[in-house]
Design a protein. Structure first.
Length: 281
């Protein structure tokens, strides 16, 4: 019998997740269906409960429901790999499994980002100076894996300083990160600093909004990574003008989906042909 999965969000019509998981299923021979589900802004929990009653095995969660997904999970799965130990601490969940009447939450965004940068982009993160732009669910979901991969000072750069400080406080509560410098900075507060990797985890690209960054922000050979995909954002254009390497989030999207697929099916798909197929489209 075909096992059912879905991605829940609002908006959701643009999502490439159904196509990605269909390609994964064809590649691996897994018998699944996967659809996009629009949940009302005040109806995420009810939507999840409906899917459970209809026999779905799990779902992915996208904006704006990742924090709510964390709250409704009964427990958090850590067995996939060490980087996913950050699921519970991130307070943001993007993958749910329905098992024995319980909801198990994961966040595969972080390992998806790490895999895309290190495996697909061949950029080693160890000891790299990282600037993480944003302090919302997307930033929270990738912060711990970034710190684990880099083991180096990181700056959280956000429009609202208080949100960046809250994210920093959340991180420094945990012993493994207490010796790493994690500094919150409000927009406009960066001067002559330079970074090896600059990651935009905000939704500024959706509204073509500029992010206040000094032109000297990128170190020689720096990677500018926008977690958005499917469009040339102002951040990406700015980075190209400063001669940084520029990447969008399509590879991350496929890599995080592959981790979710592995959680659900215990089968790891090959992401390279899927990324190539999406690029060709």
């Amino acid at each position: 019998m075909t096992d059912k999965y879905a991605v829940i969000g609002n908006p959701i019509a643009h999502s490439k997740s159904p196509l990605i998981h269909r390609m994964f299923a064809e590649q691996t021979g897994e018998d699944i269906s996967y659809e996009a589900v629009l949940a009302p802004l005040d109806g995420f929990s009810a939507t999840v409960e409906r899917l459970r009653k209809e026999g779905y095995k799990g779902c992915n969660v996208t904006v704006p429901f990742k924090f709510e997904a964390f709250k409704i999970a009964d427990s958090y799965g850590f067995e996939v790999m060490d980087a996913l130990e950050s699921d519970q601490r991130a307070d943001a969940v993007n993958t749910l499994t329905f098992l024995n009447g319980k909801i198990i939450g994961y966040n595969t965004d972080g390992i998806g980002l790490i895999n895309d940068i290190q495996k697909n982009r061949s950029v080693e993160l160890k000891s790299k100076r990282i600037l993480l732009i944003g302090a919302g669910g997307a930033a929270a979901g990738v912060l711990h894996p970034l710190l684990e991969a880099s083991q180096a000072p990181l700056v959280i750069y956000n429009r609202t300083l208080g949100n960046a400080e809250a994210l920093q406080k959340n991180v420094t509560q945990h012993e493994k990160f207490r010796l790493i410098s994690i500094r919150p900075v409000q927009f406009g507060g960066l001067d002559s600093e330079q970074f090896d990797v600059v990651i935009n985890a905000t939704s500024a690209g959706l509204t073509d909004s500029e992010i206040p960054l000094p032109p000297t922000i990128f170190a020689s050979g720096a990677l500018a990574y926008d977690m958005m995909y499917g469009r040339e954002t102002p951040f990406m254009r700015f980075a190209r003008e400063q001669r940084a390497q520029v990447a969008d989030g399509l590879g991350m999207l496929v890599e995080q989906a592959a981790e979710a697929f592995y959680i659900w099916r215990d089968v790891r798909p090959d992401t390279a042909p899927v990324i190539a197929a999406l690029r060709n489209r």
